[in-house]
Design a protein around this ligand. Structure first.
Ligand code: APR
Length: 186
């Protein structure tokens, strides 16, 4: 499923983010950039040790929640990995929505600054960090939509949803928030 926004494509697919052939893959990292399970584990396993070596060297203090940093992508097909730190879900009153939106925005800015034409995102914060998928989907799509409506790039932003349920929640949110003939389309 996809939408065209100011000439850029926003699309949803179901799959494994580590296999995407895009310029930048976004990692669901933690603020220490210490590695973990989920997307983080899969990226470091498939990409090899050079990614962690680089982030340790360049970002010894890690990365605050709601922000992102960039590194090379080791053996992955991508050129870059963008390590985005989403919030841990604590019930919704701890600025989780703002922090999640800002992790997406910062990732998109980094992608544009590094001339990435295509970027793949996982559903940040919806695994170990416990963010409810329906709410996370809305924030993710709204934030990317607003960024593309303003900047018209990256040319391709792809959400890679791991399972059928995540895909359906994102698809529902897309139908609702970005109608096929929204003003910025085309
Ligand atoms: N491709 C795409 N999506 C995936 C993949 C994959 N290979 N593996 C897991 N997912 C999905 C999960 O199902 C979930 O919906 O990505 C979403 C994010 O889950 P997590 O990777 O657990 O990320 P997050 O909730 O942001 O938690 C981050 O987990 O691994 C640690 O170091 C990481 O501490 C950090 C925390």
């Amino acid at each position: 499923m996809k939408r065209i926004i100011r000439g850029a494509t926003l699309e949803l697919v179901q799959g494994d983010i580590t296999l995407q052939e895009v310029d930048a893959i976004v990692n669901a990292a933690n603020s220490r950039l210490a590695g973990g399970g989920g997307v983080d584990g899969a990226i470091h396993r498939r990409g090899g040790p050079s990614i962690m070596e680089e982030t340790r060297q360049k970002y010894p203090d890690g990365c605050p929640t709601g922000s992102a940093v960039i590194s090379g992508a080791g053996q992955l097909k991508a050129k870059y990995v963008i390590h985005a730190v989403g919030p841990v879900w604590r019930g919704g009153q701890q600025q989780e929505a703002e922090l999640l939106a800002s992790a997406y925005r910062r990732s998109l800015q980094l992608a544009v600054e590094h001339q990435c034409r295509s970027v793949a995102f996982p559903a940040l914060s919806t695994g170990a960090y416990g963010y409810p998928m329906d709410q996370a989907a809305r924030i993710a799509l709204q934030t990317v939509y607003a960024f593309l409506a303003e900047h018209g790039r990256p040319e391709l932003v792809r959400f890679v949803l791991f399972d059928d349920r995540a895909y359906r929640q994102f698809a529902e949110a897309m139908e609702e928030l970005i109608p096929e003939h929204a003003p910025n389309q085309g």
